[in-house]
Design a binder for this molecule. Structure first.
Ligand SMILES: *Cc1c(COP(=O)(O)O)cnc(C)c1O
Length: 387
């Protein structure tokens, strides 16, 4: 009787329904399923952060409406963390706001700047929210394919003038989910130059900037001179501090861009629970050895799984960041077919690359979010499959 709006009916199909069904089937047959599908770390939030949240929960002053922009103390902690990590000074009053996890802000941001018919440049394969936020704002998505031959970076030099002239926002995400690709500060400089030339907003999703390996350390786009004129960057405490359930992050960058996002948020939410912001302050200002420990654990899993898969003949894109592996599907299977077969015959859940967008066809994504015993078992099960 109540028909969904055109905007909901225009949502891309949820590709994981079929996989969820196959997973439930395998479990019903008594199979112990190893789930390498979801990007949610298995590790608990470090105890000093939980304790700060518990103490803050008891304070009556935290039981009221927070402000949409976030507590000044959290924004100061975020600015200080940012300066320590990237060497960039931010004004916590105008260049930093608290987010209820970065997903809501990524979805809301286009509402502040995109008019119907205006173009948003969205990488593909990608986190689906860049396109969905565009769709909800009435914008038009122009997809930028990420291909192995370009190191999974969009080829910005090939953008037609006509598209650039209507484009309002360019979304980027490095370290990248799902491809695990990384970029250099020099590449960000080229992006900033293009954005300044064409009046483009650069919206950079930096959710994985603390999960890096070997000698690579991800830059912030705000390290590039001139970036503060065109860029906003979305940070999340979810992956860095294993806080996905808490819902906290922050956005930083150009004050007008921050203000636009804040204006939307002022009108749709009433801010992030202050007790959670206090836990966030403990995370950002406390000892960072927990983050080094998270990196060490994911690095060990990354090595076990990359080596194991290569031994079995899989082609793995070498991951220098994130907690994923981006792997080619074997000859003769589509991504969806291969992932269905893995669940049915080996009880292993992975995500088909095509679920992140058409150029993801021919790949699957493994999340290293289970312990190494499970990963080793997954490798054994893979070895006994006849591919
Ligand atoms: C996990 C993730 C996020 C954000 O998560 P929040 O918990 O909402 O902060 C953002 N972007 C990408 C690419 C992610 O994988």
């Amino acid at each position: 009787m109540f028909e969904f709006s055109e905007r909901l009916r225009a949502l891309p199909p949820y590709l994981f329904v079929e996989l969820d069904r196959k997973k439930a089937e395998a479990q019903a047959r008594g199979m112990r399923v190893i789930d390498l599908g979801v990007g949610d770390p298995d590790l608990p939030t470090p105890p000093h952060i939980v304790e700060a949240g518990q103490k803050a929960l008891e304070k009556p002053q935290n039981h009221h409406y927070p402000s949409s922009a976030g507590m000044p103390a959290f924004r100061e902690a975020a600015a200080e963390w940012f300066e320590r990590r990237f060497g960039v000074k931010l004004d916590p009053r105008t260049e930093v706001i608290t987010l209820i996890g970065s997903k809501e802000a990524i979805a809301h941001f286009p509402l502040a700047f995109v008019n119907p018919g205006e173009v948003v440049l969205v990488p593909t394969p990608a986190y689906p929210v860049y396109h969905i936020g565009t769709l909800f704002a009435g914008g038009e998505t122009y997809y930028l394919p990420l291909e192995a031959r370009n190191g999974f970076r969009p080829d910005l030099s090939s953008l037609p003038e006509e598209v650039l002239s209507r484009a309002k926002i360019l979304w980027l995400n490095y370290p990248n989910n799902p491809t695990t690709a990384v970029v250099s500060r020099e590449w960000f400089s080229e992006v900033v130059a293009l954005a300044r030339e064409h009046g483009l907003i650069v919206a950079h999703d930096a959710a994985y900037c603390e999960l890096y390996y070997e000698d690579y350390v991800p830059p912030s786009i705000l390290e590039v001179p001139g970036a503060q004129e065109v860029a906003i960057e979305f940070h999340s405490l979810s992956k860095t501090y294993c806080m996905t359930g808490w819902r906290i992050g922050f956005a930083v960058g150009n004050p007008e861009l921050v203000k636009g996002l804040l204006t939307v948020k002022n009108n749709v939410d009433s801010g992030c629970f202050q007790a959670i912001q206090e836990a966030g302050i403990a995370a950002l200002t406390g000892p960072q050895d927990c983050v080094a420990e998270h990196r060490r654990i994911f690095d060990e899993r990354r090595r076990i799984m990359t080596e194991g898969l290569r031994r079995l003949g899989f082609e793995v894109y070498p991951p220098r960041a994130t907690f994923y592996l981006w792997v080619r599907t074997p000859e003769g299977y589509s991504s969806a077919e291969f992932c269905a077969r893995l669940i049915e015959q080996a009880g292993i859940v992975v995500t088909p690359g095509s679920g992140f967008g058409e150029p993801g066809e021919g790949y699957f994504r493994i999340a290293l979010t289970v312990n190494k015993e499970y990963l080793e078992e997954a490798l054994q099960r893979l070895a006994s499959l006849n591919l």
